[in-house]
Design a protein around this ligand. Structure first.
Ligand code: AMP
Ligand code: GLY
Length: 425
């Protein structure tokens, strides 16, 4: 089979890495890919947003499965275009991707389908929002409606912080014009967060293991949110009873909702959940694999990834035997550019990658790297994903951090406490 992976981050490197192990996959292309992906796939200079070019490439190169990594092309209808042209593609339709692309759509969908989530109100004018926030009790949460790369959510401790968030989202449009047209103001929930994943063909689903990511930039979950500074799997807080509840209350309810509403959804249902004293609640949904969660899920997958994605894309997942998972725990530590998630510099030479490649049970996924005169340099905020697996989580953590002694680049920063909630509960 000839496979095209769309995207160029650590998640896509992990997808390519696992697909490259499949006996059913002969050739992998990645658009646009990165310096790490280039050693496993043929990288082509087409951006994930270039719909028509991707279609031309997939048609002319006789691609048999396209796997879409990031959310933006999903919302932009890339999979609709591919399907209209008879191509197999893994990823929900543009209508289905609204589950991630509009917080308001997702909240209404959850209410319609009885999926547990925080109480909320929607505002489309800053004036109404300010008036409401003056009378509200705190803390509460202010969210931009549209895509904001994980950064459009503010937990406000008082009116001043909430009003500042409204100003940044709705008035200054710091997260983009459309993301800032409306906001959701939401009840603050307390509890431990986990990310849960199911791959679906729209009628049946396969559960992937859960993971916990670390969104805040600094140790102890302090500082602004990022796309994710690290992750581990499995999170011990998800007991098997809770996992059964996740299947019923989340995955089955979402699928029933899609079917009732005629939404074509062939891809990942990613639930960002919080385990509160009043039970499970959904903080958000995403319409794709998590990044960096995928980097800790795929090393745990013993089965071939290709048939799972292919059968989801073509609509007969139920014919497939359930995937088998290793018992190992996996950990991913994100190495980021100095300054991220704020301004940062690029083109810093990365050293130690070759030596790190010799450490057993580890893999360094590239998130933001590029090749410059045969040297690998930084090319993004999140640069590398140091990933390790072992029988115990503690040993996997040690292994992942051993790589930080080998790899470095100017200005590098990373959290030193990934998986702390599981190791020191
Ligand atoms: P979201 O993008 O909606 O998942 O929000 C990003 C992060 O903001 C979450 O991972 C939580 O840490 C925090 N958050 C979002 N909604 C709430 C809420 N209702 N209560 C408490 N924290 C929240
Ligand atoms: N790690 C968070 C996300 O993928 O949205």
């Amino acid at each position: 089979m000839r496979v095209l992976v769309v995207g160029g981050g650590g998640r896509e490197h992990a997808l390519v890495w696992k697909l490259a192990q499949s006996s059913q996959v002969q050739e992998i292309f990645c658009a646009p890919g990165n310096a790490g992906i280039a050693s496993l796939a043929r990288c082509i200079p087409i951006e994930a947003e270039e719909k028509e070019k991707l279609l031309d490439f997939a048609s002319s190169q006789k691609i048999q499965l396209t796997v879409v990594g990031p959310e933006a092309p999903l919302l932009d209808g890339l999979t609709d275009l591919f399907r209209e042209n008879g191509l197999a593609v893994f990823g929900p339709s543009g209508a289905g991707a609204l589950l991630e692309g509009s917080k308001i759509w997702a909240k209404d969908f959850m209410v319609r389908n009885g999926i547990p989530t925080a109480a909320f109100k929607v505002f489309s004018s800053p004036g109404d929002a300010f008036r409401y926030l003056q009378e509200a009790s705190y803390p509460l949460v202010v969210k931009a409606d549209g895509l904001a790369a994980g950064k459009g959510v503010v937990v406000a401790q008082d009116y001043r912080e909430a009003a500042l968030a409204v100003e940044r989202i709705m008035e200054k449009k710091e997260f983009g014009a459309s993301a800032g047209e409306k906001i959701v103001v939401e009840e603050f929930l307390e509890g431990e967060e986990i990310s849960v994943f199911a791959v679906t063909d729209g009628s049946s689903y396969v559960v992937f293991p859960a993971a916990q990511d670390h969104k805040a930039v600094f140790e102890g979950d302090i500082g602004p949110n990022t796309g994710g500074m690290g992750a581990y799997s499995p999170p011990p807080v998800l007991t098997s009873d809770l996992a059964d509840e996740v299947n019923k209350q989340i995955f089955e309810a979402v699928l029933a909702g899609f079917q009732a509403e005629g939404i074509d959804y062939r891809g990942v249902i990613y639930g960002g959940l919080i385990l509160t004293s009043k039970g499970l609640k959904v903080l958000e949904f995403n319409a794709r694999f998590g990044d960096p969660e995928t980097q800790v899920l795929l090393p745990r997958l013993q089965s071939d990834l290709f048939p799972i994605l292919y059968h989801a894309a073509t609509g007969n997942l139920s014919s497939l035997a359930p995937p088998v998972w290793y018992n190992d725990a996996a950990v991913c530590v994100v190495m980021a550019s100095g300054g991220y998630p704020g301004k940062y510099e690029k083109n810093k030479k990365i050293s130690g990658l070759e030596k790190a490649g010799e450490v057993e049970n580890t893999f360094v996924f590239h998130a933001g790297t590029a090749l410059e005169d045969d040297r690998i340099v930084t090319a993004g905020g999140r640069v590398l994903n140091l990933t390790a697996w072992d029988l115990s989580l503690a040993d996997a953590v040690k292994r992942a951090y051993s790589l930080t002694k080998i790899i470095t680049f100017e200005g590098v920063h990373y959290r030193r406490d990934i998986a702390y909630r599981a190791l020191h509960p």
